[in-house]
Design a protein around this ligand. Structure first.
Ligand code: ADP
Ligand code: NI
Length: 225
């Protein structure tokens, strides 16, 4: 179906793009339009490689942050907004249900979610996670910390690599800590083979960045050789 995508689907993707641009345009918390654009491109690429439904993956990637709790009165209100959009734009029932399912399962935060089951959800979740990794992931992390008023790094936090949950709840956090609480854990949580491969490279970029960051912080980068 991918090489001769119905005109209607192409139009729906264009309309989704405009809708999302208008919804997220000015967001500074890491959900700006360019995040969506990168995730959508990754989702399309992974969908091809994983033989998932490209239309469903692309549409879900475009809409995945519109329902985010940060931008809506509640997660449920956010999901209703997406559902209404899909109906108003006559997205076929089966595809609409898949898109809703994907957005609902990947947008709820917290570590203990059950793993997603459909190939399309796996693709979109991998694409979203990949944009939190690598050079872009590093940039987003520092941008987010700045937006929240967190430090970029605090050497007096208990352990560089093992901040406790309690300390974290007490507000002891920094951009650098986010690597240990989330970003460095993602490569082992990828769903698809193609996603894992990309994550591996982006993981190395972050590890190298942290090594250099600490070396410069400690003033030992000159003798590192
Ligand atoms: P998404 O919904 O795209 O997965 P999030 O809302 O979880 O993204 O976060 C947006 C961006 O900000 C991501 O790049 C994420 O890694 C980063 N981020 C989230 N929480 C923190 C934090 N406490 N400190 C630094 N960066 C963070
Ligand atoms: Ni996202």
């Amino acid at each position: 179906p991918n090489d001769k995508q119905p005109l209607q689907q192409l139009e729906q993707l264009e309309q989704a793009k405009s809708f999302v641009q208008e919804q997220l345009g000015k967001d500074a918390s890491g959900h700006d339009w360019w995040h969506i654009a990168r995730v959508t491109r990754l989702a399309k690429q992974l969908a091809k490689e994983e033989q998932a439904n490209e239309f469903v993956c692309e549409l879900a990637a475009l809409l995945h942050d519109v329902a985010d709790e940060k931008l809506n009165p509640s997660a449920e209100a956010g999901l209703s907004k997406v559902r209404a959009w899909l109906m108003a734009h006559h997205v076929e029932n089966d595809a609409a249900n898949q898109v809703m399912e994907i957005i609902a399962t990947i947008s709820f935060k917290g570590g203990n979610q059950p793993p997603v089951t459909t190939k399309e959800a796996q693709v979109v979740q991998d694409a979203d996670r990949l944009d939190a990794l690598g050079a872009i992931g590093i940039a987003r992390t520092f941008a987010y910390a700045g937006w929240k008023g967190h430090a970029m790094y605090d050497p007096e936090l208990p352990y560089r690599e093992q901040l406790t949950q309690e300390a974290y709840r007490n507000g002891a956090t920094s951009a650098v800590n986010h690597f240990y609480e989330k970003l460095l854990l993602l490569k082992d949580r990828m769903n698809t083979a193609s996603g894992r491969q990309l994550a591996e490279r982006r993981h190395q970029v972050m590890e190298q960045f942290l090594r250099q960051f600490y070396a410069e912080w400690d003033g030992t980068d000159a003798d590192a050789g």
